[in-house]
Design a binder for this molecule. Structure first.
Ligand SMILES: [Zn+2]
Ligand SMILES: [Zn+2]
Length: 146
């Protein structure tokens, strides 16, 4: 049922340690978008019972050169790219409002008069300083430059 391959991009079998961590993440998170988020963010949920194994697997995937190559080939580039950007935001609600909302409920950032950081809602200067979705304080610059 999951279509994420365990093998290296060239089809060869991974080292036992790589196989173990990849299997852990795939079994647990199943969906490619979740696995991509694990790679970029520590915010993906883990129950206390499994926290240690979970952190070990995530740490390995992020630092092992073979697993880094593997995840970029096993998961579609568009998914990796979206989750990378999402992981830079305070929450998914804000990410969608800034990057994917189109005309409605759009939030963006400008430097008002070239100096005052200003978050706009649907093009109106609102000077909100906290995220409407998660309540975290908003940065005084865009979440991602460019
Ligand atoms: Zn590895
Ligand atoms: Zn937020």
């Amino acid at each position: 049922m999951n279509s994420i391959p365990l093998s290296e991009p060239d089809g060869s079998g991974p080292l036992a340690i790589c196989r173990g961590h990849r299997t852990w993440l795939i079994d647990r998170y199943q969906i490619d978008a979740m696995i991509a988020l694990c790679y970029y963010s520590d915010e993906a949920p883990a129950s206390d019972r499994d926290l240690e194994a979970d952190q070990k697997a995530k740490r390995h995937i992020r630092t092992c050169p073979k697993c880094r190559t593997w995840i970029h080939s096993a998961i579609p580039e568009a998914v990796m790219r979206r989750q990378y950007r999402l992981s830079r935001y305070c929450c998914a609600g804000m990410f969608v409002a800034v990057e994917e909302s189109g005309e409605k409920n759009k939030i963006d950032f400008e430097l008002y008069r070239g100096e005052d950081p200003c978050w706009r809602i649907n093009g109106k200067r609102s000077f909100i300083s906290f995220c409407p979705w998660c309540g975290k304080k908003l940065p005084d610059k865009p979440f991602i430059n460019g």
